[in-house]
Design a binder for this molecule. Sequence first.
Ligand code: GDP
Length: 300
Amino acid sequence: MAAFGSLSTRLTETLAKLRTKGKLSAADVDGTVREIRRALLDADVALEVVKSFTAAVRERALGAEVSEALNPAQQVVKIVNDELVTILGGESRRLELAKTPPTVIMLAGLQGAGKTTLAGKLAKHLAGQGHTPLLVASDLQRPNAVTQLQVVGGQAGVPVFAPEPGNGVGDPVRVARDGVAEARRRQHDIVIVDTAGRLGVDADMMRQAADIRKAVQPDEVLFVIDAMIGQDAVATAKAFQEGVDFTGVVLTKLDGDARGGAALSIRGLTGKPILFASTGETLDDFEPFHPDRMASRILD
Ligand code: GDP
């Protein structure tokens, strides 16, 4: 997986330059921090996140916790690595399962973020762990969304609850509620509710997502965000946080030449953990998110 393309290259090149130096001066540290700052900004990482990241790296590098085992250059690499782990969320966090099944997981995000694909990936992943998920098609906005969910459900070997065809325009809140009731009746232990997005942040979409949330009282609301959306990540994430609120984040399209902005900003902007990463178009291109592993891939 190409973890953050050019950002990764620039950070590793910046840090590699320190290797030829025996001892690091304050000017060396400042020069390195400036290059890191520029690389992060060019990768569309949110300014407030860049500021806190570079301040932490600078302070720690100047304070240089002296380690017998590491030379100064290695110490800076370790500091940058540690701070990347921190902005990516520190510890990895797993899904919260309800004490009394079914666990209700609602997906929210812009159209095209990868929600429907993600629904299939998550369902397959959970089924592989012995769960019995039910997918619920509450995205009635996009003409093909229901069929698309049925296709990914079929690929994942997971049933899909969908509104009856020809049943008028359809009410996504009702479909979500009926889907959860169906899961309870058929003893599925997890329900994944796919919801409608729009191309941009939109009041109707937010209201609908908030209504679905209220109706089904999910245990997890996962905000699905395209890792490539760059600077728009800030406004989009904040709008979803205010409009729907969410308990965790899924990053999609990390396989592209993602500049990394959304991925590195989202935790700092929202305070919410990243739970999963989507890394391609097939159902197996999916993994639980581990901040430490992601940081190592960026600095690889
Ligand atoms: P939704 O509108 O949020 O439901 O988004 P979709 O699930 O329909 O995904 C939009 C497009 O992005 C589709 O063409 C997917 O195949 C594609 N897609 C979804 N996730 C990924 C991913 O992780 N990597 C890549 N390369 N494409 C993805």
